[in-house]
Design a protein. Sequence first.
Lengths: 411, 233
Amino acid sequence: MKLVNSTLAALRAVRVNKLRSALTMLGIVLGVSSVTVMMAVGGGASQRIQIEVRNLGANTIVLNSGALKSRGVSKGQGSRPSVTLADAQAIENEVPAVVAASPQHNFAGMQLIYGNANWSTLVTGTTPEYLTIRNWAVSRGRAFDREDVVQGSKVVVLGRTVAEKLFGNQSPVGQEIRINRIPMTVIGELAAKGQSLAGLDTDDTAVIPISTAFNRVIGRNPANPRAISGVILKVRDGANMAAAFTEIRQVVRQRHGLLPAQEDDFHLINLTEVMRAKEDSARALGILLAAIASVSLLVGGIGIMNIMLVSVTERIREIGLRLAVGARRSDILGQFLVEATILSLIGGIAGVALGVAGAVAVERYANLGVVLNGQLSLVAMAFAAAVGIFFGFYPAWKASLLQPVEALRSD
Amino acid sequence: MPLVVVSDLTKTYLLGQTAVPALRGVTLAIDRGEFVAVMGSSGSGKSTLMNLLGCLDAPSSGSYHLAGQDVLRLSSNKLAAVRNTSIGFVFQQFNLLARATALENVELPMVYAGLGRRERRRRARNALAQVGLSDRGHHRPSQLSGGQQQRVAIARALVNQPLLLLADEPTGALDSVTSEEIMAFLVRLNEGGLTVIVVTHDAEVARYARRVIHFKDGRVVSDDLNQHIRAAA
Ligand SMILES: Nc1ncnc2c1ncn2[C@@H]1O[C@H](COP(=O)(O)OP(=O)(O)OP(=O)(O)O)[C@@H](O)[C@H]1O
Ligand SMILES: [Mg+2]
């Protein structure tokens, strides 16, 4: 009965004092919604990194030909091709931490033709391990195997984008296409991976046996007929990446006959480290966003506090009158507690709703992936509600300790 | 047994370091059914006494028995019940809730008495009818004249059928015609058996009362029976 009365009185007060109620809720709404949006954006950024890491495969080191600096000027990757198939084999044999080495012979912008359709893409000649290292599944048909590499089979596995450009929604498996005018049989299609962090379409590619690429489709590099584009190396899980990196470098330097004073004539990249750096920057972004969100939550909290303090002070006379006509302290406390709770709850729910809408808008219009974090929204809501309830309740609690006439006299 | 018995009641306000004695020992007994006017110059302690009688403030010392009950020893919830059911208080400044209608204002004491919604509404209507405001139930205080607001406040004071009606300058903010209406109404209530204590500066108003108590500097200086009671208009 008493609770019902308090609730009714509180609901009435919320309804009657629309402006005051709206202002109180505004602080809560803004605080909670900004936390929701910020954390969703930060969560989206770190999720993109994680997907990228998964796409690349963990514990990966890439060895590329070239990048020899002469007189301080970099000639760029592959300017003097140096890495050979034998290097790849040697690394796999001599560095125990390396569990797989997948040589690559690439050509970007090669023409693929099927009937009237044509598309130019990155053609990668490689070994079957390539797909394993990159964690890349085949969604239709099959990948090529060792036998295909030994035979130099004219087979190709298409990335999702290429398959779509040439075949639409039809299955490409078993069809014949021409790559650089050479007829090749499509034996499989890769599962979609989506965009890389750099914004490149990972699925815009075609993968063929390295022997086929070397001898027919791409051909040899005139500067060094034995050179390939590079090698992707997979290091054993739990192995020391830095140590493996140094070992690989030593093996390649030795094989290339480099003197200690000479610079590397190849390029070695620890992808895990690159990814870790990106993860770090995503984490920094996340912390920055969290800081902004906390500040706006704090500002919202101060807003709630002000409105609550002002409005309750305004209402001390009302409390005095209610006491004078026979309200118990508990009646007063119940009314103000319920009132502050209702305002905080409505504000919190509206804040989460607005935040979710904001996050969806960011996703749609800024084209940034977002990940909603319900837990953090709840924490923000709880904080805003706690501030609202405390500052709505505390002055009322103090006023209810006054003699009725003291409360009535206040202004 | 008198309804109101106070003995040696004092009240001292503290303003910073200085003590302001507002009541310096008041002893009084008021019987059921009396109509008492309290008079005295400004600052003599009339309001202070009324607030103590209405249990709206606590005295510095002394004792107060209302209907045989030692109210100064009551718990805060019991005291709330006394304010709610035994005492009706009419303020000079009306003290209505600005955002509530006349009916809702009159219902307020019944909310705290735990009465149901329908019963409250019924009794509030009756009380407003008694003060001649049947057609103003849904008006806000700002939509009522001063006299009408004070009548709403009186209806609120009466709605829980108190033993004692306390009015601190109930006509202080009203013109003389309206004042007479209000006083006449209080007289009628007294004739119905209600004990009424009114504070007033106005000798005309005091003439309605059977008994007039004069205050000076926080003390009772005279306590007389009125020889020339005015008939209610
Ligand atoms: N809250 C307070 N704090 C300090 N002093 C007070 C307070 N209330 C009243 N007083 C002092 O107590 C004395 C009595 O005040 P009280 O209000 O009882 O006078 P009153 O007889 O009602 O006067 P008036 O006719 O002007 O209403 C005055 O001197 C006043 O200044
Ligand atoms: Mg006074």
